[in-house]
Design a protein around this ligand. Structure first.
Ligand code: PLP
Length: 384
């Protein structure tokens, strides 16, 4: 049985992208590659909605982008305020620890979005805080933070707002320039529908100024992920400091074309429709959403119905249907399931996912009315 991925990374890869991965590997010190790089950088800017942000494309997973931000931008700049609303928010704090960046953590209850006021208050109280590091979508809880409110609240602040949009980008709205996001990180294997292997860091003018003022030398703690190298090479003529992941960058051309042809607002609207159908389907089957507010359109995190074990549900879907969903992480391990509706996810996928989940729940002895999940998802999809 072929496995179908409904996980919050990696996601299903559309055929068009898969085909492009078998294209010849061209040399990277050529006009052809420079043209390609120029084109994909312009495309990434459109995804995150920035006019002139610098884009560094790293050969790493998304975490490499986070590491690059901490090691080459935040380190030496000042103290960081980290929004810890789950496993991925916490990752910023772990990176700060490794790179010896002073940091303070704002703990947020799992399943809740951060209160923008709490961030503004913390920043206002401590002049040493020069960076706020957070996620757009916290993938461990399926909650999307109000980056817009936080960005506008920090508009007059001279520090950096850094956002991990690794799973959120493409599914949940993000407008980097308009919202005042200074640094944005993403990765290839989520909304971009690519295999894992590319990390992206997009830097606005404030972040660029910090980078420009930075001397990289002895003891800086980063070499390969030094963002300054990527920006400098690109500005010299769409060049790269090291051999890039040429095949993935080729596939990125296709992915960006697919997304931008559909249009960002249409892509967001499609994700919102799919997400709503999954949420309604889950609730109708007796599941309880983990998100108490602002559920993400990238994935749904939910507790299984009474009497069903989350680990059993994940395993049964895989074994009986070839459907791979994700379980919980850290303190939520064994307690929740996470169903992604991210990237190339359409009505037939969502109805199939809910239908299969319903059958498995029945096999596991849950008291679910047969057809109730699919009916709720279908009713949701039939609304405009
Ligand atoms: C997936 C994910 C990461 C980690 O990305 P990798 O590509 O596995 O390094 C970080 N943050 C968020 C919000 C994610 O969803």
């Amino acid at each position: 049985m072929r496995e179908k991925l409904f996980t919050p990374g990696p996601v299903e890869i559309p055929e068009r992208i898969l085909h492009s991965l078998s294209d010849p590997v061209i040399h990277h010190r050529t006009d052809e590659h420079k043209e390609r790089l120029k084109k994909v950088v312009e495309g990434v800017r459109q995804l995150v909605m920035t006019g002139e942000g610098d884009v560094a494309i790293l050969s790493s997973s998304g975490t490499g982008g986070m590491e690059a931000v901490v090691s080459s931008l935040v380190k030496g700049f000042g103290k960081a305020l980290v929004v810890d609303a789950g496993k991925f928010g916490k990752r910023w704090a772990e990176l700060c620890e490794v790179f010896e960046v002073p940091s303070e953590t704002l703990f947020v209850e799992r399943g809740s979005p951060v209160d923008p006021e709490a961030i503004l208050e913390a920043v206002g109280k401590d002049a040493e805080i020069r960076a706020v590091l957070m996620t757009l979508t916290e993938t461990s809880t399926g909650v999307v933070h109000d980056v817009k409110a936080i960005g506008s609240g920090l508009a007059q602040w001279e520090g950096l707002l850094g956002v991990d949009a690794i799973s959120g980008l493409v599914a949940d709205e993000l407008r980097m320039d308009e919202w005042g996001v200074d640094v944005c990180v993403t990765g290839s294997q989520k909304g971009l529908m690519l295999p894992p292997g590319l990390g992206f860091v997009v830097m606005g003018s404030k972040a660029k100024a910090v980078l420009d003022g930075r001397k990289r030398s002895k003891g800086s703690g980063c070499y390969y992920l030094d963002l300054k190298k990527y920006v400098a090479s690109f500005q010299k003529g769409f060049d790269v400091p090291f051999t890039p992941a040429i095949s993935l960058i080729r596939a990125l051309e296709e992915s960006l074309e697919m997304i931008l042809d559909e249009g960002m607002e249409s892509v967001w609207a499609r994700h919102a429709r799919m997400a709503q159908a999954v949420r309604n389907g889950c609730i109708a089957m007796g599941m309880k959403l983990l998100a108490t507010a602002r559920p993400s359109n990238a994935l749904t995190a939910a507790f299984p119905p009474t009497g069903v074990d989350a680990v059993d549900l994940v395993a049964t879907l895989k074994k009986e249907k070839g459907i791979r969903i994700a379980g919980g992480q850290d303190e939520l391990k064994g307690k929740i399931v996470r169903l992604a509706h991210l990237g190339a996810c359409y009505e037939e996928d969502v109805l199939g996912l809910i239908g299969a989940t319903e059958t498995c729940l029945l096999h596991l002895g849950a008291s679910v009315e047969p057809g109730s999940g699919v009916a709720a998802a279908s009713a949701s999809l039939s609304q405009d």
